[in-house]
Ligand binder design. Structure first.
Ligand SMILES: Cc1cc2nc3c(=O)[nH]c(=O)nc-3n(C[C@H](O)[C@H](O)[C@H](O)COP(=O)(O)OP(=O)(O)OC[C@H]3O[C@@H](n4cnc5c(N)ncnc54)[C@H](O)[C@@H]3O)c2cc1C
Length: 499
């Protein structure tokens, strides 16, 4: 009989790991607390409108191709991706704007209009990043974690140092461009790694490079469609997905997992358990005290978690001919002191914000002539104690008014349906610790061998998959982690082909 694996949670990490393991002959079951798959990207339908809840930016389609091919399937049989142009439109504090695009000539034409020497500076940056990608992607993002000493290989150190990893993202981009608009436009993704550009390591300059080089994509049917596609593929490979089936606790005897105990009280035996539920939540609620290892409440409190997000999901009775992704970079993102640098207080005057207008490429999510809008504002996670009961309505009104900055004029009058999430929603409805939606920050103390590992350090045959464990947060990273999780399971259960 094939070996039994249980996965707790049908987020993208859980689904991808299930696909890989099932394709290698394991018998895999997923237990999911919600009524549908996808985790933070599960989406929802409100009347005639369908919404994505979390991810909107798909990078590196080849990672999805690899997941399907290596599982013996064809991605195109399940979902199609559409490339966006521009990747993102950025509007700045001074009312100027810049379209980030993978059409590099068009991008450099905009740079030339900003300052004549910028196109050549961009070429230098881009060429350096072709090398940086070759040196950095596979060993760090695309491979299982090593011990701290394992990272001290002389050849890799020499290559790594040439990229000045000690610089912050801000310093890195400033060295090339000396233009604050361009520097923040390229370094802003650090926010989604839980950090401000002035404290985030420059190793993450690889992210904007990958967007320039490989584009930004949208899955047809949205990210909720992507979640369904992963689930269909997993089922085709034999995975059993149990919805509305919350796990109460991982069942541990001595120093090894025996399976899981469901909220219903039923116990299911397994040879290995992989927890895809959020790490901070999982450590606190799904493990017995004796199995938490070093992740005590005090340890979790000392770790740095990302911001949360205030969300508006609007069904709209018209369409806006505006780009799919738009970001407003306010004057406040240039501030380098608290609370702006660490999102430790709610910005009620000039926050940066992002609007996704997916109907422009995917009209199926709304009736003809209508559209949906998704608005995201970074806010403090719940450790900073914002009282959303009293703040929510006023903040919603404030954000709706601000949308005109990005061209969404008179939006209030066009709203047909409306749903609002705060940090409390992410914590309570999605089981995300502190509502910190981008998981653990990616500072040096929480990277590589210092990030929680995929393979539990103290419980045998227990694994974690998701944005908090190595290598980090975001879909592409988590899909890479699914490969590593499969590698560890193969090593430990031993009988099957290693990846
Ligand atoms: C607003 C927002 C915007 C984002 N934008 C992007 C983006 O543009 N691009 C990108 O790459 N990433 C983005 N992300 C990040 C991305 O969504 C996450 O990294 C990803 O969803 C994490 O996947 P995961 O598999 O770790 O877990 P999750 O998505 O958190 O899934 C965990 C699953 O575990 C389930 N679960 C929890 N507790 C239990 C239990 N007790 N029993 C059973 N099941 C349980 C949950 O219901 C959930 O389905 C965004 C996230 C958010 C919230």
């Amino acid at each position: 009989m094939s070996q039994q694996i249980i996965i707790v949670g049908a987020g993208p990490g859980g689904l991808a790991t299930a696909m890989r393991l099932a394709s290698q002959g394991y018998s895999v079951q997923i237990f999911e607390a919600a009524d549908r798959v996808g985790g933070r990207m599960r989406g929802f339908v409100d009347g005639d409108y369908a919404f994505d809840t979390g991810p909107t930016i798909l990078q590196l389609p080849r990672v999805y191709e690899e997941l399907f091919t290596e599982s013996g399937l064809k991605l195109a049989d399940y979902i199609h991706f559409k490339q966006l142009n521009p990747n993102t439109r950025i509007r700045f504090w001074d009312d100027s704007q810049l379209d980030l695009t993978s059409d590099l000539d068009a991008f450099k034409a905009q740079l030339a209009a900003m300052r004549p020497d910028l196109p050549a500076a961009f070429d230098r940056w881009y060429t350096e990043h072709i090398r940086k990608n070759e040196a950095g992607y596979k060993p760090y993002l695309g491979s299982p974690v090593r011990s701290p000493l394992g990272y001290l290989r002389p050849g890799e150190i020499a290559a790594g140092l040439s990229f000045r990893p000690w610089e912050t993202l801000y310093q890195h981009f400033w060295r090339f461009f000396q233009d604050d608009r361009l520097v923040y436009a390229l370094s802003y993704p650090s926010k989604y790694l839980g950090m401000h550009p002035t404290v985030c390591s420059s190793i993450f300059s690889l992210i904007p490079f990958l967007e320039f080089a490989d584009g930004v994509w949208h899955p047809e049917g949205g990210f909720r469609g992507l979640a369904q596609a992963l689930a269909h593929a997993a089922k085709d490979l034999g995975v059993k997905i149990h919805l509305n089936c919350a796990v109460k606790q991982v069942w541990i005897e001595g120093d090894r997992t025996r399976g899981v105990e469901l909220v219903s009280g039923e116990r299911i035996v397994a040879d290995a358990v992989i927890v895809n539920a959020d790490f901070g939540y999982g450590v606190r609620h799904l493990l017995p005290e004796s199995a938490r290892g070093r992740y005590s409440d005090n340890k979790l409190k000392s770790m740095q978690f990302s911001c949360s997000t205030f969300m508006l999901y609007l069904g709209i009775n018209r369409r806006y001919e505006l780009p799919h992704h738009q970001l407003y970079l306010s004057e406040h993102i240039r501030k380098r002191e608290r609370p702006w640098v660490d999102d430790s207080a709610l910005d009620e005057t000039d926050p940066p914000f992002y609007v996704c207008n997916p109907s422009i490429v995917d009209p199926s999510n709304a009736p003809a002539g209508h559209s949906t809008l998704y608005v995201l504002v970074p806010i403090p996670n719940t450790s900073y104690g914002v009282d959303w009961q009293s703040k929510q309505q006023a903040y919603r009104n404030f954000v709706i008014k601000r949308m005109s900055i990005l061209g969404f004029a008179d939006v209030e009058k066009q709203i047909v349906t409306e749903t609002c999430y705060t940090a409390d929603t992410w914590r309570d409805d999605y089981n995300v610790y502190l509502g910190a939606v981008f998981n653990l920050g990616h500072g040096w103390r929480q990277l590589g061998p210092f990030r929680p590992p995929i393979r539990s350090e103290n419980v045998r045959n227990l694994y974690w998959i998701g944005g908090a464990v190595h290598p980090g947060s975001g879909l592409l990273t988590i899909l890479e982690a699914a490969r590593s999780a499969t590698f560890f399971v193969n090593q430990d259960l031993g009988s099957l082909t290693a990846v």
